[in-house]
Design a protein around this ligand. Structure first.
Ligand SMILES: Nc1ncnc2c1ncn2[C@@H]1O[C@H](COP(=O)(O)OP(=O)(O)OP(=O)(O)O)[C@@H](O)[C@H]1O
Ligand SMILES: [Mg+2]
Length: 306
């Protein structure tokens, strides 16, 4: 069965999209042995850095890997193929790596990384496209068609594809949303994030997915347990987004910050070493999202680790 494609997206910046992408990739690979492809559509390249390190992102680019190179093929009119641009083994966790030697590996994370150059490539493409009477909509449609063609042959290799989207609606970001089977919306329990989330929901519901509520998995992130935050979270669950699936509430925690800080390839080795005090949050996120996937696809996944 081809992978389920999930866009991690919100118009609000800094709500934990990239962090959620990495936590979910690790959780699904670690606990369920899933094969996960992480595609970074954001020129900030944050989830790529979290997975590959900053040097790794540059090395990937130097080897011709990454979404900016795939975009280069689109501009050059080359046939659409994503496989040459993927880092097939972005796994950092020993539990996922070790079994490979015994040919009994369960769980992989591959990365189609981004690079800051993506911003310039996309701008150049937009200038050229609009100078020939193209519009943002025709460009995002053309990009979505190209990316779909590039990904279709490799989708059966994965259980899930996670698209880390930027906090705006660039043509590439819109293409990412058009490719998604489901939408993961991280949001912080405060008024400005709620506002951004509502705007985003309305826009996606209007232009991309009229059946958004059924396809939407909402996650309250960076939660600080105050009376105010509890009230906002309860309004989100019971009023504004009451027809959506909710994942576990992820606490604001220095353990999450540490887990995402991969300065060097050996910054951490094991799942517990990486996630320290938040392993149960990552497990609950993986469990709840797997339930959501099962409900969408009819497929079931068993845990391979506790
Ligand atoms: N649960 C958490 N606890 C503490 N810090 C967190 C948590 N989640 C995210 N952060 C921190 O918050 C900041 C924003 O997170 P992140 O980059 O994942 O958000 P984003 O939505 O992807 O941002 P952008 O819109 O810029 O792409 C980062 O510094 C990240 O490390
Ligand atoms: Mg991000």
């Amino acid at each position: 069965m081809p992978a389920l494609t999930a866009a991690i997206a919100n118009l609000k910046g800094g709500v934990g999209k990239s962090t959620t992408t990495v936590m979910l990739a690790d959780g699904l690979a670690h606990y369920y042995g899933m094969n996960v492809l992480v595609i970074d559509l954001d020129p900030q390249a944050n989830s790529s850095q979290m997975l590959l390190t900053e040097r790794g992102v540059q090395a990937a680019s130097d080897q011709g890997k990454g979404t900016h190179h795939l975009l280069g093929d689109f501009v050059a009119g080359k046939p659409a193929a994503a496989a040459p641009f993927i880092m097939p083994n972005a796994v950092t966790l020993e539990e996922l790596r070790l079994a490979e030697e015994h040919d009994e590996r369960l769980g992989w994370i591959s990365s189609l990384p981004a690079h800051p150059q993506l911003r310039l490539r996309e701008l150049g493409l937009e200038e050229e496209w609009y100078s020939k009477a193209g519009t943002p909509t025709t460009l995002s449609d053309a990009l979505a068609a190209y990316f779909r063609k590039a990904l279709t042959p490799i989708l059966p290799l994965y259980d899930v594809v996670l698209l880390d989207c930027p906090p705006h609606l660039s043509p590439l970001a819109r293409a990412g949303l058009a490719l998604a089977d489901v939408f993961i919306t991280p949001t912080i329990a405060d008024s400005v994030s709620t506002w951004g989330t509502k705007q985003f929901s309305e826009w996606v519901g209007k232009f991309i997915a009229p059946d958004l509520p059924k396809r939407n998995f909402v996650l309250i992130t960076r939660f600080r347990d105050t009376k105010y935050a509890r009230q906002v979270a309860s309004d989100l669950r019971e009023i504004y987004l009451k027809d959506r699936w909710f994942g576990p509430t992820i606490p604001e925690s220095v353990h999450v910050l540490n887990a995402m800080d991969r300065a060097a390839p050996d910054s951490y080795n094991t799942f517990r070493g990486k996630y320290a005090g938040v392993t149960s949050d990552v497990r609950r996120l993986a469990e709840r999202f797997t339930d959501f996937m099962s409900q969408r696809t009819g497929a079931t996944w068993q845990k391979v680790r506790d």
